[in-house]
Design a protein around this ligand. Structure first.
Ligand code: HEM
Length: 399
């Protein structure tokens, strides 16, 4: 399906539809940049993430109040992303009141993932596109525009700072990208950097946060599985509060729980749309050139021909199984597969165990009285990333 280029360079990945891949504008493979990010900062990030999340949970423990789990994991993940990309945390950028840039920021990210995922009639009847019948383009322009503006401001500040003779280089992603941009090796513009950073922020924060929230829902719905996980964490971590990267490989039940979460609550149920570059045949079906292709991972993950009891949450199904989520086993492709799969997978596969372990190993959890049945409902809101419809609010208790 893919043509080789005459210059001997690897061809770009399959074409991506607009907006979903701001990275498209880079015209180069984002995997390398993210792999570098992951390799350099991965171990440090796991530790930092665990400590941060514990710090967000602790005031709720002291005050005996419920915590919005999705909000807490989102804040933690976003802080970490900002620290890695820009050397500061979003909380430092925002005040604590509800009308702060922090809550606005979450609103923008949530809206973007929601509206990108909404089926757009204009995609099926292009003649309607100029009318924008559902207002999707208008809303996306506003929310995406706000994030792009925020990031442009941060880039401008850094570019200005870099001109000072006393400037000391920062050890973050933006600095690396600006170095690349101002060097001779690659052609990388500031505009491309801006889009790349916004892509990372959108794709990185909501996805892992939503999966961690679903983790707590399922574990609270299945106290026996929560108990198994806690026992495993205690036997491996003991008195150590935060999981380190090297611990992950000694926690098979945690790993199985994460695989089952990614199967049972796929963050991106239709992955992301692709386009056939040329006519091709798949499984006896002809796919005409330029066809928009959606892979229904939701259906795959619930196919009774593949999974026994697909509707039930059973991490045990992965305990003696070779199946992994890295794109080689097509029955479990939450990060997609192939050369344009999720470049954040190495990062997410470190962050998820860390967040879930921090919440389960250090705290017991109780639901707010009277709201138990609502809180644990599995209803979700359709979008690019599936969000829990009724946010989970639970009271953490120090163990
Ligand atoms: C539970 C966690 C996550 C899941 C399930 C997930 C899943 C996905 C999926 C399904 C795609 C579309 C791939 C395709 O079909 O083309 C994607 C794209 C992407 N993801 Fe993730 N992701 C997660 C976390 C992350 C994180 C933590 C980052 C960054 C730090 C990230 C960055 C990206 C980027 C930049 C793209 C677009 C790549 C491109 O345009 O080629 N993701 N992700």
């Amino acid at each position: 399906m893919r043509r080789e280029r005459s210059d001997g360079k690897a061809p770009p990945g399959p074409p991506r539809l607009p907006i979903i891949g701001n990275m498209l504008q880079l015209g180069r493979n984002p995997h390398k940049s993210l792999a570098r990010l992951s390799k350099t900062y991965g171990p440090l990030m796991s530790l930092k993430l665990g400590n941060q999340l514990a710090a967000v949970v602790s005031p709720c423990v002291r005050e005996g109040r419920a915590m919005n789990v999705g909000e807490a994991t989102f804040t933690t993940m976003t802080n970490l992303m900002f620290a890695t990309l820009f050397s500061f945390e979003l909380v430092e950028y925002a005040s604590a009141d509800t009308a702060s840039p922090r809550s606005e920021f979450r609103e923008h990210v949530n809206a973007i993932t929601r509206y990108i995922g909404v089926p757009n009639v204009a995609d099926f009847f292009p003649i309607l596109a100029p009318l924008d019948p559902q207002g999707i383009r208008r809303k996306l322009t506003y929310h995406l525009g706000s994030l792009l503006e925020l990031v442009q401001g941060l880039i401008d500040e850094r570019l200005q700072a870099r001109t000072a003779s006393s400037y000391r280089k920062k050890a973050d992603f933006l600095e690396t990208l600006l170095d690349i941009s101002q060097g001779n090796e690659y052609d990388l513009s500031v505009r491309e950097i801006k889009h790349m950073l916004v892509d990372l922020i959108i794709a990185g924060s909501d996805t892992s946060a939503a999966t961690s929230e679903w983790a707590m829902v399922e574990l609270l719905l299945h106290p026996d599985k929560m108990a198994k996980l806690k026992a495993e964490l205690m036997s491996v971590l003991g008195g150590k509060k935060i999981l380190e990267e090297s611990d992950i490989y000694r926690l098979p039940y945690l790993e199985a729980t994460i695989k089952e979460l990614l199967r049972h609550h796929p963050v991106a149920p239709l992955l992301s749309p692709h386009v056939a570059e040329q006519e091709t045949e798949v499984g006896g079906y002809i796919i005409p050139k330029d066809t928009k292709i959606f892979v229904n991972f939701w259906a795959i993950s619930r196919d009774p021909n593949i999974w026994k009891n697909p509707e039930s949450f059973e991490p045990e199904r992965f305990l003696d199984s070779e199946i992994d989520f890295r794109g080689q086993h097509y029955e479990l492709i939450p990060f997609s597969s192939g050369r344009r799969n999720c470049p954040g997978m190495p990062l997410a596969s470190r962050m998820l165990p860390c967040m879930i372990a921090t919440m389960c190993h250090n705290f017991d959890w109780e639901l707010e009285k009277g709201a138990e049945s609502k809180q644990l409902q599995r209803e979700d809101v359709f979008g690019l990333a599936l969000q829990k419809k009724i946010p989970l609010r639970a009271i953490p208790i120090k163990v």
